[in-house]
Design a binder for this molecule. Structure first.
Ligand code: AMP
Length: 449
C-alpha cells in the first residue's frame, strides 16, 4: 500500500514536472482564439522570451519598460495583447498609438498588427511623412483603432485637426533610443502632452542611456522591466569576420565577395550593405551596378516610394545588394537574410550591433562581414570592447581589379540595358571567370521580374 502510494506520488510528480517544463505555448498566455489562430497561421510555435514576459504584463494593464531590439519578436509582444485589450472596433478615433522612429518600422508594425488582427474587426492605420497626407487623412476619417505613426506626420495631422488623440488608451514608444538619436525628443514630449493622462505606456529601447532613463521616469508609472538579451549578447548567433583592406580597394573586394563569398560559401545573392553616408550609398550602388551586381540604395533622401520599392525588390531577390545608411539598420525585417556587410564601420559601436542584427533574426544564424580600412581599426576596437567579443580577420583575398568600361561600351551598365545577357568571360583553363557569377545573377534577376 505504502509502496503503491509512493509510486502514485512519483507518477503525479513526473506529470507535474512535465507540465512545468513543457515548452510554453501561445495558448498559455491568455490570448483569445482569434489571435491564437492568426499566430498559428503565421507559423509561430512558441512565444519568444520577450513575448512570454510582455504579453501577460500588457494584458494586465501594466506599464512596461523593455530592453529589447528588433529581431526578438517584440512587435508581437505588444501588438497581440493590445489587440486583445481593444476587443473590437469602436468609434472613429484611435485607442492605441504606436510611435516609431522610421517609416520602415511604422510600415512593418502596421503590417504585423493587420496580420495578427486579421480575425478581429480592429482597424489599423499607419501614417508617416514622405508621402501624400490625403489617403492617411481619409483612413483616419473612416475610423481607426490602432494608429502607428512617425512623430512629424502625426503632429502635422494633429495641427490640421485631422487626428484626434483624446481617446488613446495605450501608448507605445518603439525604439525609443533611436527616437532620441534622431532628435525627436521634443516631438515625443509634445505628443505625450496631447494624450489623455491615464493610460498604460510601453517603452521599448535597445539601449539604456541616461536620456532614455529620464524619458522613462517621465512617463512610465511603476513599469514592469523586461530585459531579454543585452545588446552585448544579441550578436552571439552571428558569425562575424573582418577583412583588412585599403579604402580605395573596398569596392573591388566587395565585388570579389559577391562572386566568391567570404569563406568558400559561394556567390552571394542577398546582402545588406551599410555605408556611412547617403552619398556614399548612392556611389556604391553605381559601382556595384557597373560591376554587374544589381543594387539599390535605401536612405533618408530617397522618396518613400523608392524605399518601399527597393526593399520589396530586395526581399523578392530582384536585386542582390541593398545599400543602406544607418536609418535602415533598425526596423528592417528580412526573412533569413544571410549576410550583412559593413562597407564602412559606424562611428558608434551600438550602431554596429543594430546593423548586424538585421541578420540572424528570430533564431536563425547569419554572417556579418566588415571591410576595415587602416583608419577604422580604432572603431573596430571600440566595437569589440562593447560586444566583449573579438572579430577575427580573414586573409584578404587577392583581388582581380577590373575597372568598369565606360557605360556606352558596357551592355549591363544600367538595369534597363541588361536585357541582353552579360558577356561571359573565360577564366583560366577555359572555365567561366568571375564575371560568370555576375552574369548568372543578372539573368536570375531578369527572370524574377
Ligand atoms: P520583431 O522583433 O518583432 O521585429 O520580430 C522579428 C521576426 O521574428 C519577425 O520576422 C517575426 O515575424 C518573427 N517572430 C516573432 N515572433 C515569433 C515567434 N514566436 N516565433 C517565430 N518567429 C517569430
Amino acid at each position: 500500500m505504502q509502496r503503491m502510494r509512493a509510486g502514485q506520488n512519483s507518477r503525479h510528480c513526473v506529470a507535474e514536472l512535465r507540465v512545468y517544463f513543457r515548452p510554453m505555448k501561445f495558448s498559455d498566455l491568455g490570448l483569445s482564439s482569434e489571435l491564437l489562430r492568426a499566430v498559428a497561421e503565421k507559423g509561430y510555435d512558441t512565444p519568444t522570451p520577450i513575448q512570454r514576459q510582455a504579453i501577460p504584463a500588457v494584458l494586465g494593464g501594466r506599464d512596461v519598460l523593455a530592453g529589447a531590439q528588433t529581431g526578438t519578436g517584440k512587435t508581437a509582444g505588444f501588438v497581440l495583447p493590445l489587440l486583445q485589450r481593444l476587443v473590437a472596433a469602436d468609434g472613429r478615433a484611435p485607442r492605441v498609438l504606436v510611435l516609431t522612429p522610421t517609416r520602415e518600422l511604422a510600415a512593418q508594425v502596421a503590417e504585423s498588427a493587420r496580420v495578427y488582427g486579421r480575425y478581429t474587426n480592429l482597424r489599423t492605420t499607419v501614417i508617416f511623412g514622405g508621402v501624400s497626407e490625403k489617403p492617411q487623412i481619409g483612413a483616419l476619417r473612416s475610423g481607426c483603432d490602432i494608429l502607428i505613426a512617425t512623430p512629424g506626420r502625426l503632429l502635422d495631422l494633429v495641427d490640421q485637426r485631422a487626428l484626434d488623440l483624446s481617446r488613446i488608451k495605450h501608448f507605445v514608444l518603439d525604439e525609443a533610443d533611436r527616437m532620441l538619436d534622431m532628435g525627436f525628443i521634443h516631438d515625443i514630449k509634445r505628443i505625450i502632452r496631447l494624450l489623455p493622462v491615464s493610460r498604460p505606456n510601453l517603452m521599448f529601447s535597445a539601449t539604456y542611456s541616461d536620456d532614455i532613463r529620464n524619458l522613462a521616469a517621465r512617463f512610465l508609472r511603476d513599469p514592469i522591466s523586461i530585459e531579454v538579451a543585452s545588446r552585448n549578447t544579441t550578436a552571439e548567433r552571428i558569425e562575424q569576420v573582418a577583412f583588412a583592406v585599403p579604402k580605395e580597394m573596398k569596392r573591388h573586394l566587395l565585388v570579389h565577395l559577391f562572386d566568391h563569398g567570404a569563406s568558400g560559401e559561394g556567390t552571394w545573392h542577398q546582402v545588406l550593405v551599410f555605408t556611412r553616408t547617403k552619398h556614399g550609398a548612392n556611389r556604391l550602388v553605381q559601382q556595384l551596378e557597373n560591376a554587374g551586381i544589381r543594387a539599390a540604395a535605401i536612405h533618408g533622401n530617397k522618396s518613400q516610394g523608392a524605399r518601399v520599392r527597393a526593399l520589396a525588390d530586395f526581399k523578392e531577390g530582384n536585386i542582390a545588394a541593398l545599400v543602406a545608411t544607418e536609418v535602415a539598420s533598425r526596423g528592417l525585417d528580412i526573412k533569413e537574410l544571410p549576410q550583412v556587410v559593413n562597407y564602412e564601420l559606424p562611428n558608434v559601436p551600438e550602431d554596429y550591433v543594430h546593423r548586424i542584427g538585421r541578420t540572424a533574426r528570430a533564431g536563425s544564424t547569419g554572417r556579418a562581414v566588415s571591410l576595415v580600412s587602416p583608419d577604422e581599426t580604432g572603431l573596430l576596437r571600440d566595437i569589440e570592447r562593447t560586444m566583449r567579443r573579438s572579430v577575427p580577420f580573414l586573409p584578404t583575398p587577392k583581388i582581380d581589379v577590373r575597372e568598369p568600361k565606360p557605360p556606352a561600351t558596357r551592355p549591363n551598365a544600367s538595369p534597363e540595358k541588361r536585357v541582353a545577357p552579360a558577356p561571359r568571360s573565360k577564366g583560366p583553363g577555359g572555365r567561366p571567370g568571375p564575371r560568370s557569377n555576375r552574369s548568372r545573377r543578372v539573368r536570375r534577376s531578369r527572370n524574377a521580374h
